[in-house]
Design a protein around this ligand. Structure first.
Ligand SMILES: Nc1ncnc2c1ncn2[C@@H]1O[C@H](COP(=O)(O)OP(=O)(O)OP(=O)(O)O)[C@@H](O)[C@H]1O
Ligand SMILES: [Mg+2]
Length: 870
């Protein structure tokens, strides 16, 4: 990756400077100032390139530390040898630097100019004989003549800022040629503070060490940089010369950041801290009256110092800080976590209860990896059964379901009292169910421990997990019954949340949204106060969003997602994948297809890299991704994801059935196999009905209606009275209007969809309206409906559904003919088409023959060309 990186995020700055120095009547000069590596030289080079392309003469002069000791050193190769009179030499230099015509000269790193060269630059600016661009490093001493250039406002000054997260992400994506995972983008930005030079070093190094890798089409970084010697030197240079006592200050912060100023002073010395501040190595921020937080001025300072810190030194420093902190009150959860980690990293013996408490705090703060480290340490220090259970829950939150169930399985084997076995087996069954996606295994775990539960009288946890099992396996009514039974007696937080999940899922599927909301609030309240259940709000987010999407309460879905994903920023493991899924799902529901594809691809890659055992989530993620591709009209991508889905999808796990079926339906629709698409959606609707999942039935029937199925009206009309939410009402209106080919009613249905946010369905209903108007000869209304459809489709970003395709294509074929010709455009033979549509080859040939007659063509090539194939 040696080539020049494409200029990114500097459009405004480039325009500003080029307008000033490379256009007629300009101000003749600009100074570009900024921190090391921020991109000053690059910007100046780009300005010169524009000037050259505009026919101007350009010259590049680089001032350097070594040339500084020679008078006129920066210009020695331009002006050659001159006499001893300095005034004379300056004049000669100036005339050598002033060619005929318009010219621009750039002096890079002008702060390094010797005094005489600086005088030449000053004179060039004053006399306006040539346009000048200077770059200087801010904060560095510069010759007076250079400083005067901007202080006296002889030229404009631009203070170049570091790149934002989004700009950094765009830049890295351009360089790597693919999507960058959002957590990776933020990680690289945080570490580099948006400094392009550091970003470059980090990316080059991490890619060649294969720590920044392309996983399933998305570049993901493992977040643990190894500092290359080059980056090390660059950061060293930035830190400057540092005395040993100041290095102590930096090392303390590298190992424990942030730290209160007085603690830092206590473990180092007041003089050293002041010196570090003066050298710009640390930042102080006021936390409260008399309390100031100290952090390192750049995160890379910490990285390079940690890399150099030997184990003994690290243990000594951590022990020193821990001892100092132990003399002060522990104010909040962060303090508890920080202290426990210091103890672990030091030579002090850890205390099991302190570690377990800190682990619970870390869990509540969603610092999962720290939580896992702490809880594991507490188990090693002998914290007992509670700690083991906590460990399993933490591993689950990290997405490491197999390890979690293993920890609990071992625990059950060591002869615990009945009550403990009852609880741990229930936790284990819940993990096996939701993480490993294995309801059968979960059942067996519960059955094996049923005797223990009965003997101990602790039936609650088992009943809660049974409710969850019923919910996952498509039995909403029994799930609700079991959940209510479990919740009617006192229950621990974790299992209360598990039982309430069952309520949220099942009430959602039944379309009882008001009750579902109340249940969700209970979980949120539990999650607020309980570390074991803190992470469950993310799984809740998925269940709740699913219910809100199916019922059409999309604004609520958005609010629910926003509340959650801001907590998961930079959280590793399952949570960040869940957050990406949630964003993708929300975008999908609103028809923001580009965003949906991006987030869902990100979650897919996260799952792949983290090797998480969250099979149910992975399956849903892929199902939504296939739906998004299908709505984009990208049949190939949608089908590839459907195939991937078949390998990931847990068997006998009906909770994911509807979305998997809709994925297949949309993939078929995108491939042009509309009959397949409709029958898949209808089958899914029938399954949902058989299970009593009425809200799911609505969404499936709506989808079939979008594909042009005119048989859904009666069922949807009935469902309006059975389920809550605006979707059933809109879908029912849509189906009735399509059945009677009622254009105005189809437009009204489109408005209904728009009003709750389903823009894809709105576009489809609107397209169907335009087609009906055209068919009935209402050209004017057809055109305006067509225009409304185009607008809606544009809002959905590259929407390409069957209804839209039909609108774009000439109306010469019947539905079946169109379907067969469309499959032929994809290169399928008549035999392939016959197999695909379960028809005989003769029937396919017959349809193609009649289609050719209608279109007035005599060969297959011309026929497929009509639908954009061939
Ligand atoms: N906006 C940008 N887009 C793409 N690459 C950039 C951008 N800005 C800088 N770079 C690249 O980052 C690296 C460092 O930039 P540059 O040398 O311009 O920084 P500088 O501010 O001049 O640093 P110094 O203070 O060390 O002179 C170069 O490889 C440059 O091409
Ligand atoms: Mg430079």
């Amino acid at each position: 990756m040696k080539r020049e990186w494409p200029l990114t995020g500097r459009a405004e700055e480039l325009e500003l400077v080029t307008e000033a120095v490379a256009t007629a009547g300009s101000t003749y000069g600009y100074i570009i100032a900024g921190a090391a590596g921020v991109g000053k030289t690059r910007l100046a080079r780009e300005v010169l390139a524009v000037a050259t392309s505009r026919g101007m003469t350009t010259r590049w002069v680089a001032a350097t530390e070594s040339a500084r000791s020679v008078p006129l050193g920066a210009f020695h190769d331009i002006v050659g040898k001159f006499g001893p009179d300095p005034g004379m030499r300056v004049r000669e230099a100036m005339s050598a630097l002033t060619p005929h015509g318009d010219s621009v000269i750039c002096v890079d790193d002008a702060h390094l100019l010797d005094d005489l060269s600086a005088l030449v630059v000053h004179q060039l600016v004053l006399t306006k004989t040539v346009r000048v661009v200077l770059t200087i490093r801010s904060g560095m001493p510069a010759p007076d003549a250079v400083t005067a250039v901007w202080k006296d406002r002889l030229v404009e000054r631009l203070d170049l800022q570091t790149l934002s997260v989004d700009e950094t992400c765009t830049l890295i994506e351009a360089v790597l040629g693919g999507q960058l995972d959002s957590r990776t983008a933020r990680g690289l930005w945080t570490l580099s503070c948006g400094n392009v030079l550091y970003v470059r070093q980090l990316v080059d190094e991490e890619v060649s060490a294969r720590r920044l890798e392309n996983v399933a089409g998305v570049w993901i970084w493992d977040g643990q940089p190894v500092i290359s010697p080059r980056l090390n030197d660059l950061v060293d240079a930035r830190m400057g010369r540092v005395t040993p006592r100041v290095l102590d200050v930096v090392d303390v912060l590298a190992l424990c950041e942030p730290l209160d100023a007085d603690v830092l002073i206590q473990v180092t010395s007041p003089g050293a801290v002041e010196e570090a501040e003066t050298q710009g190595l640390i930042d102080l921020t006021a936390k409260a009256k008399h309390i100031r937080h100290v952090t390192l001025a750049h995160p890379l300072f910490g990285e390079i110092r940690r890399a150099r810190c030997g184990a003994l030194r690290k243990a000594r420093i951590c022990g020193h800080i821990a001892t100092e902190l132990a003399t002060r009150p522990c104010v909040d959860m962060r303090d508890a976590v920080q202290r426990a980690i210091l103890v672990l990293d030091s030579d002090i013996d850890p205390e099991a209860t302190q570690l377990l408490h800190a682990a619970r705090c870390a869990m509540q703060l969603l610092d999962l990896e720290l939580a896992e480290r702490l809880v594991r340490a507490s188990v090693c220090a002998g914290a007992g059964v509670k700690a083991q259970t906590q460990w399993a829950i933490t591993l689950t939150t990290l997405g490491r379901g197999s390890e979690a169930q293993q920890v609990l399985a071992e625990l059950e084997g060591i002869g615990l009292p009945d009550a403990d076995i009852a609880t741990t087996s229930a936790v284990r069954a819940a993990i096996v169910l939701w993480m490993l996606g294995d309801p059968g295994f979960a059942q067996r775990i519960l059955a094996a421990a049923a005797g223990n539960a009965k003997r101990s009288g602790a039936m609650g946890p088992h009943t809660a997990v049974r409710a969850s099992l019923s919910a996952a396996t498509g039995n909403p009514s029994s799930a609700i019954q079991a959940a209510k039974a479990a919740l009617s007696k006192p229950l621990d937080d974790f299992h209360s949340a598990i039982a309430t999940f069952a309520l949220v899922i099942s009430l959602g599927e039944l379309g009882r949204i008001r009750e579902m909301r109340a249940a969700a609030d209970v979980i949120l309240e539990i999650a607020q106060r309980s570390p074991e259940a803190a992470q469950l709000k993310f799984a809740l987010g998925q269940f709740q969003s699913a219910a809100l999407r199916t019922s059409g309460n999309l604004d609520d879905m958005l609010r629910c997602g926003e509340r959650l994903w801001q907590h998961t920023v930079d959280t590793p493991g399952n949570l960040s994948a869940l957050a990406a899924m949630l964003r993708g799902h929300t975008d999908l529901a609103f028809g923001r297809l580009t965003g949906a594809v991006r987030w869902l691809r990100e979650a897919r890659a996260e799952y792949a890299i983290e090797r998480l055992h969250a099979r149910a989530w992975r399956a849903l993620n892929l199902a939504w991704l296939a739906q998004a591709y299908g709505k984009n009209g990208d049949g190939e991508a949608a089908s590839a994801v459907v195939t991937e889905l078949a390998n990931v999808r847990p068997a006998d796990f009906p909770y994911v059935d509807m979305d998997c079926a809709l994925a297949e339906a949309w993939a078929s629709a995108a491939e042009g196999a509309l009959h397949d698409a409709i029958s898949t959606a209808q089958c899914a609707a029938d399954t949902a009905r058989a299970r009593g999942q009425l809200a799911n039935e609505v969404l499936c029937l709506q989808t079939a209606t979008q594909f042009g199925d005119i048989s859904t009206a009666q069922r949807l009309a009935k469902l309006v009275n059975e389920v809550d939410g605006p979707r059933a009402v809109a879908a029912s209106a849509h189906a009735a209007a399509l059945k009677t080919a009622d254009g105005p009613a189809l437009l009204r249905a489109a408005h209904q969809y728009t009003s709750f946010g389903d823009r894809v369905a709105a576009a489809d209903a609107s397209a169907q309206a335009a087609l009906r108007f055209a068919a009935s000869g209402h050209r004017g209304t057809a055109l305006s409906a067509h225009a409304a459809t185009v607008r809606l489709a544009a809002e959905c970003q590259c929407l390409h559904t069957p209804a839209l395709r039909e609108l774009e294509e000439p109306i010469i074929f019947t539905g079946r003919q169109r379907e067969i010709v469309r499959l032929a455009t994809q290169g399928l033979t008549n035999r392939d088409i016959a197999q695909r549509l379960v028809l005989s080859v003769r029937t396919v040939e017959g349809h193609l023959y009649r289609a050719s007659q209608r279109a007035g063509v005599t060969n297959r090539e011309d026929l497929v060309a009509i639908l954009g194939g061939g």
